[in-house]
Design a protein around this ligand. Structure first.
Ligand code: SAM
Ligand code: DTB
Ligand code: SF4
Length: 355
C-alpha cells in the first residue's frame, strides 16, 4: 500500500512551530509502511507528539492499516493470582505494602481456581489470559505453582501471559519451557522520571528482565503509565526507549494512571484525554507491528475517547470486570461498544463478544 503521502499544512498558530519542527525532522514526509526502526531520536518523537492532532491521527491510522486489520482488537483477561503485600514502592500501585489502600491481601491462588477463571474468560471471549502477581520477583516454590497454572491455561487453548516482577535468565527459561507466550514487564515511564516513582528497583533492572525474557524466546509485553505527573518529554522518552529496544515489544500496554486512594499519586490530576490519544498514536507510529494496548484507565474513559484511541492505533484491550485490583468496564458495556464500533475480537469466534 502507498503508506501515506501525508503532508502537513497547518494554519493554526499554536502548532506552526511544531509543524516546522516536524518538517525539519522529516516526520511529515511520506513514510514507508514497513519502516521498522530502532533508532528513533528524541526530537523526532517529540515532533510527532507536536503534530496537529488530525495529522498525527491520520498518520497513525495509515501506519495501523498497513500492518493490522483495522476493525479487530485482541482481547485479554487479567487475573491477580497473588494480591498485595508487595515490598516494592511503586507510587502508583495499590499493591505496595507501603501504602494503606484498604486492599485485601491474598496468597497465591490454587491452580484449580485459576484454571476455572481462565475457562470462564475463554467463554466470555478472551483469547489471552494474563496472570499477575504482586512480587518483586518470584521465589522458586512460587514458580513451580505458576508453571502449573500456565500449563492449565495453555490446555484450554488460550494464549498465556504473566507479570510476576523481575526474572533471572533461568526463571525466564523455566516460564518459557512451561509454555508461557508473553511476559509483561513495563518500563512504566522515562528513565529520567523513574526514580520519582520507584526507588526500590531501577530502570536498568527492568531492562535486564526484558533481556532475559527475550533471550528465553518469549514475546515481550512492555509499556508504561501516563498521567503520573510526568512531562511531555518523559512520555516521548518512554516511547523512544520502547521503540529503540533491540526488538519492538510484541505488545505495548499504555495505561492511564488509576489514581488509587492511599497511594502517593492518589491526588494526581488526570492527563488531558487528547494527550492520552496522542501517546497511543505515537506508539503506533514508532512500533508499527506491535499490538498497542488500551490498558488501565478505561473505566474513566468515555466511549468516544476509546473510539478515538482505537482510531489512533490501539488494537488490544483488557476485557473483564477487573484489571488486577481495580475496576474495568463491564463485559456487557465492552460488548456493546465493540458492536457499535463494528470491531471484532481477534481470534474469537465472530459471535463470541457479540452474543
Ligand atoms: N509486580 C509486577 C511488576 O511490577 O511488574 C507485576 C504486577 S504490576 C501491578 C504490572 C503493571 O501494572 C505495572 O508495571 C504498572 O504499569 C501497572 N499498574 C499498576 N498499578 C497501576 C495503576 N494504579 N494505574 C495504572 N497502571 C498500573
Ligand atoms: C499492564 O500494563 N496493565 C495491567 C497489566 N499490564 C498487568 C495492569 C493494570 C493494573 C491497574 C491497577 C490494578 O488493577 O491493580
Ligand atoms: Fe509491586 Fe508490581 Fe505493584 Fe510495583 S507495580 S508495587 S512491583 S506489584
Amino acid at each position: 500500500m502507498n503508506a501515506a503521502a501525508i503532508t502537513t499544512t497547518t494554519t493554526n498558530p499554536a502548532t506552526t512551530a511544531a509543524a516546522k519542527n516536524a518538517s525539519v525532522n522529516n516526520v511529515s514526509a511520506p513514510v514507508a509502511a514497513d519502516d521498522i526502526r530502532n533508532d528513533w531520536q528524541l526530537d523526532e518523537v517529540e515532533a510527532l507528539f507536536a503534530l496537529p492532532f488530525q495529522d498525527l491521527l491520520f498518520r497513525a491510522q495509515t501506519v495501523h492499516r498497513a500492518h493490522h486489520a483495522p476493525n479487530t482488537v485482541q482481547v485479554s483477561t487479567l487475573l491477580s493470582v497473588k494480591t498485595g503485600a508487595c515490598p516494592e514502592d511503586c507510587a502508583y500501585c495499590p499493591q505496595s505494602v507501603r501504602y494503606d489502600t484498604g486492599l485485601d491481601r491474598e496468597a497465591l491462588l490454587a491452580v484449580a481456581d485459576v484454571a476455572a477463571r481462565a475457562k470462564a474468560a475463554r467463554e466470555a471471549g478472551a483469547t489471552r489470559f494474563c496472570m499477575g502477581a504482586a512480587w518483586r520477583s518470584p521465589k522458586k516454590r512460587d514458580l513451580e505453582v505458576i508453571t502449573a497454572m500456565i500449563r492449565e491455561v495453555k490446555s484450554l487453548g488460550l494464549e498465556s501471559c504473566a507479570t510476576l516482577g523481575m526474572l533471572s535468565h533461568e526463571q525466564a527459561k523455566e516460564l518459557h519451557d512451561a509454555g508461557l507466550d508473553y511476559y509483561n514487564h513495563n518500563i512504566d515511564t522515562s528513565p529520567e522520571f523513574y526514580g520519582k516513582i520507584i526507588t526500590t528497583h531501577d530502570f536498568k533492572d527492568r531492562l535486564d528482565t526484558l533481556e532475559a525474557v527475550r533471550e528465553a524466546g518469549m514475546n515481550v509485553c512492555c509499556g508504561g503509565i501516563v498521567g503520573m505527573g510526568e512531562t511531555a518529554r518523559d512520555r516521548a522518552r518512554m516511547l523512544q526507549v520502547l521503540a529503540n529496544l533491540p526488538q519492538h515489544p510484541e505488545s505495548v500496554p499504555i495505561n492511564q494512571l488509576v489514581a488509587v486512594p492511599g497511594t502517593p499519586l492518589a491526588d494526581q490530576s488526570p492527563i488531558d484525554p487528547l494527550d492520552f490519544v496522542r501517546t497511543i498514536a505515537v506508539a503506533r507510529i514508532l512500533m508499527p507491528c506491535s499490538a498497542v494496548r488500551l490498558s488501565a484507565g478505561r473505566e474513566k474513559m468515555s466511549d468516544e475517547l476509546q473510539a478515538l484511541a482505537f482510531f489512533a492505533g490501539a488494537n488490544s484491550i483488557f476485557y473483564g470486570e477487573k484489571l488486577l485490583t481495580t475496576g474495568n468496564p463491564d463485559i456487557e458495556h465492552d460488548r456493546a461498544l465493540l458492536t457499535r464500533l463494528g470491531i471484532q475480537a481477534a481470534g474469537a469466534a465472530p459471535t463470541a463478544l457479540h452474543a
